[in-house]
Design a protein around this ligand. Structure first.
Ligand SMILES: C[S@@+](CC[C@H](N)C(=O)[O-])C[C@H]1O[C@@H](n2cnc3c(N)ncnc32)[C@H](O)[C@@H]1O
Length: 208
């Protein structure tokens, strides 16, 4: 199995797994994520950026009138997101890009969203810093991800899984994006952690 060492490797990994992505997420969506997608997307207001949008599984949950832009590393995942947006009749500007180097001016969005993506972006701290940069003062950052469990045993299992998942799929199980959000100086307004602490979601405000 080829190792995922560079951003190109990661792009190819996601291109290869794109067609199977929605099906592969079915169990996690039902058993782990609960109402996280509507929880996150339902809080978006105004000009909104979704980072690492994947196949667009949040698209159906944005309030109508959301002015949506999405960035994604994998052309194949992006193609599926575009197809989903079209099927939903949702007008969205969906483009290729790197979460670690967002191609937008400072303070250009009212809301920035990322779900289940910071687990695989190579430098998650840098991606959060980029999200904070493109958020306008007073804007809202909405994040959800699978993170390090609060259970010692599950954390040990997550650590074991990472022995294969990090080198071969670029996938981390023990990250805590919340810490990067706090380091970026945003104020946490809402925070939930459930399923033995493995799922974490938050809404954080950039100061005016
Ligand atoms: C687990 S999927 C999550 C997709 C989607 N956010 C969701 O909630 O279903 C991770 C996605 O992150 C994308 N990704 C990984 N690294 C990225 C980067 N540096 N910039 C943009 N997208 C990235 C992958 O291509 C993949 O589509």
């Amino acid at each position: 199995m080829p190792r995922v060492r560079t951003l190109d490797d990661l792009r190819h990994w996601w291109d290869r797994h794109a067609d199977d992505y929605d099906r592969s997420m079915t169990w996690a969506e039902r058993k782990l994520f609960e109402d996280t997608r509507p929880w996150i997307a339902g809080r978006a207001r105004g000009r909104t950026l979704e980072v690492a949008i994947g196949t667009g599984l949040n698209l159906a949950h944005y309030p109508s009138g959301t002015d949506l832009c999405g960035v994604e590393l994998s052309p194949r995942m992006l193609a599926l997101a575009r197809r989903r947006a079209e099927a939903l009749g949702r007008d969205a500007d969906l483009r290729l890009g790197d979460a670690q180097r967002l191609d937008f001016e400072d303070a250009s969005f009212d809301t920035v969203v990322a779900t289940f993506s910071l687990c695989c972006v190579p430098d998650d701290a840098r991606a959060v810093a980029e999200m904070a940069r493109v958020l306008r003062p007073g804007g809202l950052l909405l994040l959800a991800d699978h993170v390090a469990s609060t259970s010692l045993w599950l954390r040990a299992l997550q650590r074991t899984l990472e022995i294969g998942s990090v080198p071969f799929a670029g996938e981390h199980f023990r990250r805590r994006p919340l810490r990067h959000v706090e380091a970026a100086g945003l104020r946490i307004e809402e925070h939930d952690r459930f399923k033995k602490g493995m799922i974490e979601r938050l809404a954080a405000r950039k100061s005016d």
